[in-house]
Design a protein around this ligand. Sequence first.
Ligand code: UT7
Length: 322
Amino acid sequence: MRAKIIGTGSYLPEKIASNDDLSTLMDTSDEWIKSRTGICERHLVSSETENTLSMAVNAGKAALADANLTPEEVDLIIVATVSSDFITPSTACMVQRELGAFHAAAFDINAACSGFLFALNTVDAYFQAGIYQTALIIGVETLSKIIDWNDRSTCVLFGDGAGAAVLQASEDGIIASLQGSNGAGANVLMCKSRSNNNPYISTDTNPDYLYMNGQEVFKFAVKKEPECIQEILAQTGLAPTDITWYLLHQANYRIISSIAKKLKLPLDKFPSNVDRCGNTSAASIPILLDEVHRAGKLTKGDLLLLSGFGAGLTWGAALLRW
Ligand code: UT7
C-alpha cells in the first residue's frame, strides 16, 4: 500500500506585510525584492496566541475536514518544522492534544524546506510496511521569530504559515519518491540553537538568528532541484510533459523559472504563491497544494510532482497520482 492524499488544509496569518511596508522599516525597496525574488508580500504572525502550534492545528483541522475524517481515525501525526514553540515536547504531540487525536503516534521532522517531502516519504514507508493506515502531516513555520530583522538580505524573503495533508494507505497515490542530504553544505543556511550555560562553560548568550549565504543556496537550488526532478521522472519512465502540475518549494520565482526552463516546460505548469506568501520553508509545498486543490484545479488521475530543497542541505521529490 502507498500513501494517497485524501485531504488538504492550510493556514496563513491575517497580518500581511507588503514590500513597501518593509521598506519603511529598513533600507530595501519593492523593486529590489520583487525583481530578485518575485515576492510582493508575506503573512506574519502578529499576536502571542498565533504561533507554530496554533497555525499547525488550524491547518490540520482543515485537512481533516477536507478528508472527512475525525481526529480519532488518525494513527500517525508528523510535523515538519524548524521553528517549534518548544524544544520539547514536539509540535506533533501538542497538535495531537489539541485535535484530540489520541490514537496517533506523533513526532516532528527537521529537514528545513524539504521537511514536508521527508514527512510524506516517511508516511509512505510506514504504509508500505503495513504499520499505519492513516496519517496527518503538517509543514509549519514561524520563521519571523528566527530571522534577523536587521539583516535585509534574509528577512525580506520569509513568511509564516502552515499547510497540511491527510494520507491514507491505498493501492494508488505516491508512485515514486526520493530524498537526499549533503551535510557538507550545512553552513550555507543555518540557525544556531540556544547557547550552553552550564556552570562549566562560558558562552555567548546572544540569540542566534538564521544565517544564509543566498548566492550559494541559489546555485545549489538551480542545479539540484532539476536533477532531483529528472531522477524521479527517470525512475518512473515519465516525460516532463506527462506531469499535470509541478508543485515546487516556493523560495524564489527566479529559481522556479530556471527549473521550468531546464525542463523545457511552460511556466503555467508551475503554480506559485511566492508573490503572496514569500518563503514559508516546510509549509510552502502543502500551502500551495491546498490552494491549488481548493481552487478546483486538481482532477482525479492528475499527476503531481512535488519537489523542494533547503537547509541541511536537503532535497526531495514525490510523484503522485491525485
Ligand atoms: O528555502 C531556501 C531559501 N533560500 C533561497 O532560496 C535563497 C536563494 N538565494 C536568493 O534567492 C538570492 O541570492 C537572494 C534573493 C537572497 C539575493 O539576491 P542576489 O541577486 O544574490 O543579491 P546579493 O546577495 O548579491 O546582493 C546584491 C546587493 C548587495 O549590495 P552590493 O553589495 O551589491 O552593494 C546587497 O547588499 O543587494 C543588496 N541587498 C539588498 N538591497 C535592497 C541585499 N538585500 C537587499 C534588500 N534590499 N533586501
